[in-house]
Design a binder for this molecule. Structure first.
Ligand code: FES
Ligand SMILES: [Fe+2]
Length: 361
């Protein structure tokens, strides 16, 4: 390809990218995001940056969650370094006292509280093991997304982990909607060579923001993480996976496995579900919460540990890959590295276009 043609391709690619969310796109503020797992929010303040904003989380005396901007309006001391007094936080610098609504009720060095002495408070709700926060400027107009299987653990065995990613949250969502990478990025963990070319169906609904993929790898040999625990080691098996983008904060992956030699409905159900919970910290860093469940080998604690370890090794491959991309892009002036997309990128391109529209209107 000659240079003028290369230039035209590059310009066209960059024009298309202008419609897609990336690390330069503002966050979608009017959404629920997971701020923490339930066990992280205690009577000791927790400092966590969410959508670029420093936030302090504290367990209230009634068991609810207090979420305030983590910056005293006096001289910007992080309130999370202060002292907890009932449902108040007392700033550790000059003692100003703030309640759950962010209002300042006293300043020790004077009798009158200055007007405007208040910090931003955020709506926070706990659903099962997840503490959700609303970072929008206006009050929430809907409930946090709810995946019943996370709270209702009957018949499921679960494990969780909080990971951290030095890369844009957009890239993580794209990674989760692109299962062709399993054969390569995850060749040493849960990928198999036949995965990338297996048939798939995608659903794209830009009106509701629903993007999903269903991939059938049949027949295949299951990787060790699933083969041993399902009892499908060394036999032809079916691996059927769906990946669904629910919101900028939440992605859900389901997979089910069965032996090819027997009809699926004549076998015990062997399914896994993973909530990939995505909370932007900054434009190029992301809190990455994982909640993983399975409905087989329920009584075997060793299998929980084995699968958890194997999964974490695989998710670390995603983290390493996405961080390498972020570092590589830092070598170029922002917005100048053009991307050539593949056919399998359809759902992720639609998702990025939708995110961009949500972010900038
Ligand atoms: S910085 Fe908080 S009271 Fe002074
Ligand atoms: Fe991956």
């Amino acid at each position: 390809m000659d240079q003028p043609l290369m230039d035209r391709v590059r310009e066209a690619a960059l024009r298309l990218q202008g419609e897609l969310a990336d690390e330069r796109t503002p966050f979608v503020y009017d959404e629920w995001y997971v701020a923490a797992f339930d066990h992280e929010v205690t009577r000791t303040p927790l400092a966590r940056r969410i959508l670029g904003v420093p936030v302090m989380l504290l367990r209230r005396t009634d068991g609810g969650v207090m979420a305030l901007e983590d910056r005293c309006p006096h001289r910007s001391m992080p309130l999370s370094l202060g002292t907890v007094d009932g449902d108040h936080i007392v700033c550790g610098y000059h003692g100003a006292r703030f309640g759950c609504d962010g209002g300042c009720s006293s300043v020790p060095s004077q009798t009158v509280v200055p007007p405007g002495a208040r910090v931003r408070s955020f709506a926070a709700e706990q659903l099962g093991p997840l503490v959700w926060i609303w970072m929008g400027a206006t009050p929430p107009d809907r409930e946090p997304p709810h995946l019943p299987w996370i709270s209702d653990t009957e018949g499921w065995r679960a494990s969780r982990e909080r990971l951290y990613l030095r890369s844009s949250y957009v890239r993580l969502h794209e990674n989760l909607l692109d299962l062709t990478h399993l054969s390569f990025l995850h060749a040493r963990t849960f990928g198999t060579p036949d995965y990338a070319s297996a048939p798939y169906e995608s659903k794209i609904d830009a009106a509701t923001g629903h993007f999903s993929l269903l991939r059938r790898v049949v027949p295949t040999r299951l990787p060790p993480v699933w083969a041993k625990p399902t009892g499908l080691e060394g036999v032809d098996a079916a691996r059927i996976t769906s990946s669904t983008f629910h919101s900028p904060a939440l992605h859900e992956v389901h997979a089910r496995f069965h032996a090819c030699a027997i009809p699926e409905d004549e076998q015990p159900s062997r399914a896994i579900r993973t909530a990939h919970i995505v909370t932007p910290e900054t434009a190029t860093s992301t809190h990455y919460f994982i909640h993983h469940g399975r409905n087989f080998a329920l009584e075997d604690g060793e299998i929980t540990e084995f699968m958890h370890g194997q999964l974490l090794a695989a998710f670390q491959e995603d983290i390493d890959g996405l961080e390498a991309i972020e570092r590589n892009l830092a070598n170029y002036p922002p917005g100048t590295a053009h991307e050539i997309s593949f056919r399998a990128d359809g759902p992720s391109l639609a998702m990025r276009r939708w995110l961009k529209k949500r972010a900038v209107g």
